[in-house]
Design a protein around this ligand. Structure first.
Ligand code: TYD
Length: 203
């Protein structure tokens, strides 16, 4: 069932959003029914939590940050992701529980395993089965960014840790992850993604 659950992951400025838009256009051109959600957020409860998490007006401590991320996710999974997957739809998510393992677990040093377990509880073990990791050097990605939220405005050392967390996940779950170089041309990466997801991209 979870093989229809596709996540895009990467540090801030890795270009997930443009890749998702491109993939969505391809799916639409083939009348492939799909929904796109984002984390944190994606539901009205979740969007409220997102505001708390990303606004520069609040100083959220790391543990509260991890718990709020997982709370937003618990709501999204129950309200949207699970029912959509159950009805046979493709669900594309801009970030997933894997973001928390990388950002809160490794970046904030709350513990890879602990944050994995916390999220496993929050999502009732519904992990995306296809994860595209857009890997990039933080020095490059940070210079690409336009609007910077509270978490995205962290130090370069923080993003280096987040990146290493992602690479650790990709190694542990190598059957579920596709790691791409986010500095490559977008068309090259889209082709690789379509090939991996077995989506026909012949125009
Ligand atoms: P996002 O909206 O994807 O921002 P961007 O498009 O700039 O990457 O994510 C917002 C921020 O939240 C981003 O800095 C990553 C962070 N984040 C976490 O720290 N943990 C999480 O579990 C999630 C989902 C996001």
């Amino acid at each position: 069932m979870n093989s229809n659950y596709i996540a895009f992951e990467g540090i801030d400025g890795s270009g997930k959003t443009s890749i998702i838009e491109n993939l969505s256009d391809i799916l639409n051109s083939q009348n492939k029914d799909h929904i796109i959600v984002r984390e944190p957020g994606g539901t009205s409860v979740g969007e409220g939590i997102r505001e708390l998490l990303l606004s520069h007006d609040y100083q959220v401590n790391p543990l509260a940050e991890a718990l709020l991320m997982s709370a937003s996710r618990a709501q999204l999974i129950q309200e949207t992701v699970k029912p959509s997957l159950d009805s046979g739809q493709i669900v594309i998510t801009d970030r997933s529980a894997y973001s928390s393992v990388a950002y809160q677990g490794v970046g904030r040093e709350l513990g890879y395993k602990k944050i994995y377990e916390l999220n496993d509880l929050a999502i009732k073990s519904i992990w995306p089965k296809k994860v595209v990791l857009l890997d990039i050097d933080p020095k490059v990605s940070l210079s690409r960014q336009k609007i910077v939220d509270r978490i995205g405005s962290g130090e370069i050392e923080f993003f280096q840790k987040v990146r290493s967390g992602y690479l650790q996940l990709a190694k542990e779950f190598e059957n579920d992850f596709l790691v791409l170089n986010a500095e490559k041309n977008i068309d090259v990466n889209i082709e690789a993604i379509c090939g991996w997801l077995e989506i026909d991209n012949s125009k």
